[in-house]
Write a protein that binds this ligand. Sequence first.
Ligand SMILES: O=C[C@H](O)[C@H](O)[C@H](O)COP(=O)(O)O
Length: 235
Amino acid sequence: MGDMDPVKLMKQEVGRAAAAQVKSGSIVGLGTGSTTAFAIQFIGERIAAGEITDVVGIPTSFQASVLAKKHGIPLTTLDEAPRIDIAIDGADEVDPQQNLIKGGGAAHTREKVVDGLAARFVVVVDSSKLVDKLGSTFALPVEVLPMAVAPVTRALEALGGAPELRMGVNKDGPVITDQGNMVLDVTMPGIDNPAELEKTINNIPGVLENGLFVGVADEVLIGEVIDGKASVRTM
Ligand SMILES: O=C[C@H](O)[C@H](O)[C@H](O)COP(=O)(O)O
């Protein structure tokens, strides 16, 4: 286990557990983020070891495609793939009904397409992501056309949210998504009806997609560290 920090260790072990679910011949949706990065690494290691064969990935982001190439996972597209057998992806919050907030990496629009098409969507999180109610710890990401940021901001405020344009970390100005759009992070503590809010926000003209994933997850794998020992449980 070494000196790895506990959160990283939880992410690593949950990524390993998800990668173990990938079977030969599978078309795999590859999610985005620091937890899925471990799953991508372990899928690549299983391919290299000859444990699984004929696996192809469908990336949900530029980051996922870079990692897949690095770890030797061949890629395909939705134009070519007849189906997605399994998708593995992280989340920013998970409620007791397995509904999610995603988009901390601004990738939720493509993720919702890929994860939603998968016959089986496996979510990989560390235990810090579990909440009683969505919105309690994480602002809801909403991808918006750049020319519509002002009216969408007003519409989200009218819904009771506090939207903030996501700014770059090592870049001046806003974060630009893989699709060339911007992201509003909407503080909205305690979302009572995520299914309704998901539709309401997506109905605002100029909104591409929001980070609420309702009824999409088939299994949630949770990484934990108890007494310095990492383990993985299902929800
Ligand atoms: O846009 C990013 C994705 O939805 C990620 O899956 C999510 O933010 C979780 O990322 P991480 O595993 O790095 O916490």
